[in-house]
Design a protein around this ligand. Structure first.
Ligand SMILES: [Mg+2]
Length: 137
């Protein structure tokens, strides 16, 4: 199964004065739980196939022993909709805090094994931990 990862608002808090720019609870566990999966960036920090920017950002938020896991995550190429960066010939889970109605529509047209999970760290700050334990394990 392929995994697609957003960064801002999904793994790193955004838009909130007291948690802005902090790693989500359980980020390290989440990154470790991704190890068996073929994982891709699906973030505005990487839409041209260059993984350098997301790597640089994420390495600020995970301990050095997990940097190799960050380097293993592959880039995607997309333009206006993140669904353009997805390989539709395979099952996947896409984690994102901000999926547009158009993108949802596309996901709904996919197969049962092609899913998106909306992350909301404001409502559920421990969501990554739950995903690591319940979805990825
Ligand atoms: Mg986001």
């Amino acid at each position: 199964m392929n995994i697609y990862l957003d960064i801002d608002g999904t793994m790193i808090h955004e838009d909130h004065w007291d948690t802005e720019n902090q790693a989500a609870a359980g980020l390290a566990e989440f990154i470790i739980a991704l190890r068996p999966h073929n994982t891709y960036w699906l973030t505005t920090h990487c839409r041209d196939g260059n993984p350098e920017r997301p790597r640089e950002i994420m390495k600020r938020f995970v301990p050095p022993e997990l940097h190799a896991d960050i380097d293993r995550i592959k880039p995607t190429v997309w333009d206006t909709m993140k669904t353009q960066g997805i390989d539709w010939s395979r099952d996947f889970i896409w984690f994102d805090n901000d999926i547009s109605p158009f993108e949802w529509e596309k996901i709904e047209q996919g197969t049962e094994g092609q899913q998106a999970i909306e992350v909301n760290l404001k409502l559920n700050p421990k969501q990554l931990l739950e995903i690591a334990r319940d979805v990825l394990s």
